[in-house]
Design a protein around this ligand. Structure first.
Ligand code: SME
Length: 152
C-alpha cells in the first residue's frame, strides 16, 4: 500500500515539475489543485485569493463553491486573518464554518504567503469524511507554499 508520505513526496516533485512561470498564476494553481485532488481523491481542493477585505474563489477542483468569504469569516477567513493553518476534524463543531456543500465533513486550510510574508491566497481542502486531516497533511501542504513562492 502506498503511504501518505510517499504520495506527498511524489506530489511535491510533480508540483515542482508542472509549474510554468511563463503562464498566468491561475493556470498553475489550476494544475496544482488537479494534481492534489487526483492524487488523494479528496472531495474538494481549491485556492481562495485575497482581494481587498475578502477572499474570492480562484482555481479549484470539485463541486461549485462559495465565491466570496469576508476576512475573519469561516475557516478560510480565519486562516487569512490569523495567518495560520486550521485542521477541522468535524466541520459541524467549528464555530462559524461556512458550508458550501453539505457533503464536506472535515477540512484543512493553509494560508499562502508571498515573499513579503503577506497572505495572498488560502488553500482549502475538504473531505467527505470526518477526521480526514492531521499534522502530516499540514506539514506537507505547507511545503506547497515554498514551491509557488515565485508565482504568487
Ligand atoms: N468551509 C469553508 C468555505 C469554503 S468551502 O469549504 C469550499 C470555510 O468555512 O471557510
Amino acid at each position: 500500500m502506498t503511504t501518505k508520505s510517499a504520495l506527498y513526496k511524489n506530489l511535491l516533485t510533480d508540483i515542482e515539475n508542472i509549474i510554468d512561470d511563463s503562464v498566468p498564476t491561475f493556470t498553475n494553481l489550476g494544475n496544482i489543485t488537479a494534481l492534489v485532488k487526483e492524487r488523494f481523491k479528496w472531495f474538494w481542493v481549491g485556492f481562495y485569493k485575497v482581494n481587498g477585505e475578502e477572499l474570492i474563489l480562484d482555481a479549484f477542483q470539485g463541486s461549485p463553491a462559495c465565491v466570496r468569504i469576508a476576512k475573519g469569516k469561516g475557516v478560510c477567513g480565519k486562516s487569512w486573518k490569523e495567518n495560520k493553518s486550521f485542521i477541522v476534524k468535524d466541520v459541524s463543531l467549528f464555530k462559524g464554518h461556512i458550508a458550501c456543500n453539505p457533503n464536506s465533513k472535515s477540512e484543512i486550510v493553509i494560508p499562502i504567503f508571498n515573499k513579503r510574508k503577506e497572505v495572498v491566497y488560502v488553500l482549502d481542502i475538504d473531505h467527505d469524511k470526518i477526521n480526514a486531516f492531521n499534522k502530516e497533511d499540514e506539514i506537507n501542504l505547507r511545503l506547497i507554499n515554498k514551491l509557488i513562492l515565485e508565482i504568487v
